[in-house]
Ligand binder design. Structure first.
Ligand code: NAP
Length: 407
């Protein structure tokens, strides 16, 4: 019997992945159990196919969300967070944010508690998924969204509350700034440290994957010392850490006469609203986008729509000590337990996890099989309603079809 072990990290940050590895998972609420079941079937089958008996994953369930509340009285326990940290890599389905019970989003809490500062969302078209774009195949980008600060830091006070009143008074008395008495107040922290670690990761990703550009997306024309500083610090870290591998747009024109030098990556910045236009009009000019939290939330869903919607969009939340891979959509409660929805988002998130672990053979098998299954017109309801002549199958049948296409 082979012994299953945890993944660990070396002091230099490298991942040590045992061939027989244990990975914690959170099934998720709503459609979570259906898409998790489908994902697990496909991942296990791909590992079997790629490595036979030489590599395996033992899945280890963490009770979080509604299942956690039923079993332990807690939606998200300290123990679950500590376990993810200790096992280094985990995967999760979507979690409901209980409304009106004074509980913050579990997803945001997991990201902040584990300091999973980079939310990474690749957006790539799979032919023939229906898309509103004329040339969806030109959309091939990876969004690096800062995950821990900005207006998502949760620093806000309700209109007319004592805290809101004292901040308004403080601004009036100490800074001469007039804010209406009945304003709600929110604070948008964006720091040099958090910006630089996110942008570094984005540039490193572009270098490792031989991608030509990293775009800093921001709204610095209006919010100079938060979003504007994000762009400034992004350029700084490119110089501090990646001097020989990067150039800016002005250097391209001033030093290289507009001709991109071999082996370099261009670092550029774009104002957020303009970038929303450009990813529609000239998507081929963008490869990696690094951006603060709120912009990142908007642009990743908008880009997902360009390639067929949230059911197809994978994601990962990665920090220096651990990583959690997750579907980008929510719990779609109206479809819970109907074995109906598209599991592709979680399956593709699992391929990101396998890539992160260095198990690329299994990951590539899944990507190929998923594409082929869709190309044969075997799809779940969301795609079937848009692809003429498609055969609509259940969530579990779609997973089974992918497993049968693993070659
Ligand atoms: P949602 O669960 O993403 O669902 C919205 C719609 O998107 C669905 O009704 C469905 O559209 C489509 N959809 C989502 N997942 C799909 C899939 N796998 N296959 C096919 N279609 C899919 O958004 P929501 O209704 O706003 O949120 C519900 C709950 O999820 C909330 O409690 C929210 O807090 C939570 N949430 C969690 C996460 C997370 O865990 N990371 C993320 C977002 C939201 P049609 O009805 O048109 O078919």
């Amino acid at each position: 019997m082979s012994e299953y072990k945890k993944i660990s990290k070396s002091s230099d940050g490298r991942l040590n992945v045992p061939d027989f590895t244990i990975i914690p998972y959170i099934e998720g609420d709503g459609i979570g159990p259906d898409i998790w079941c489908a994902t697990r079937l496909v991942v296990d089958a791909a590992i079997d196919k790629a490595y036979g008996n030489n590599r395996k994953i033992k899945w280890f369930e963490l009770y979080v969300g509604e299942k956690g509340y039923k079993r332990t009285g807690e939606y998200l326990s300290r123990n679950s967070l500590d376990t993810i940290k200790s096992y280094v890599v985990a995967i999760k389905g979507p979690l409901t944010t209980p409304v009106g019970k004074g509980i913050r989003s579990l997803n945001v809490t997991i990201r902040q508690e584990l300091d999973l500062y980079a939310c990474i969302r690749p957006v790539k078209y799979i032919n023939p998924v229906p898309s509103p774009m004329k040339y969806p195949e030109k959309v091939d980008m990876v969004v690096f969204r800062e995950n821990t600060e900005d207006v998502y830091a949760g620093i806000e006070w309700e209109s007319k509350s004592e805290h809101a009143k004292s901040i308004i008074n403080f601004l009036r008395e100490n800074m001469g700034i007039n804010v209406p008495d009945d304003a709600g107040i929110g604070i948008k922290p964006i720091s040099e440290h958090c910006t630089k670690r996110l942008v570094s990761r984005a540039i490193k990703y572009a270098i490792d994957n031989k991608l030509p550009s990293v775009t800093l997306m921001h709204k610095g024309n209006i919010m100079k010392f938060t979003e504007g500083s994000f762009a400034k610090w992004g350029y700084e870290v490119a110089k501090e850490k990646f001097l020989s591998g990067t150039i800016t747009e002005s250097e391209l024109h001033d030093k290289y006469n507009g001709k991109m030098p071999e082996g370099k990556i261009i670092i550029k910045d774009r104002i957020a609203d303009m970038l929303f236009q450009q990813v529609l009009l000239r998507p081929e000019e963008y490869h990696v986008i690094a951006t603060p939290n709120l912009n990142g939330d908007y642009i990743s869903d908008a880009l997902a729509a360009q390639v067929g919607g949230l059911g197809m969009a994978p994601g990962a939340n990665i920090g220096d000590s651990c990583a959690v891979f997750e579907a980008t959509h929510g719990t779609a409660p109206k479809y819970a337990n109907q074995d109906k929805v598209n599991p592709s988002s979680l399956i593709l998130s699992a391929t990101m996890m396998l890539d992160y672990m260095g198990w690329k053979e299994a990951s590539n098998l899944i990507k190929k099989a998923l594409t082929q299954t869709i190309q044969e017109g075997i799809v779940t309801y969301d795609l079937a309603r848009q692809i003429k002549g498609a055969r609509e199958v259940k969530c579990s049948e779609f997973a089974k079809a992918i497993s049968e296409h693993l070659i």
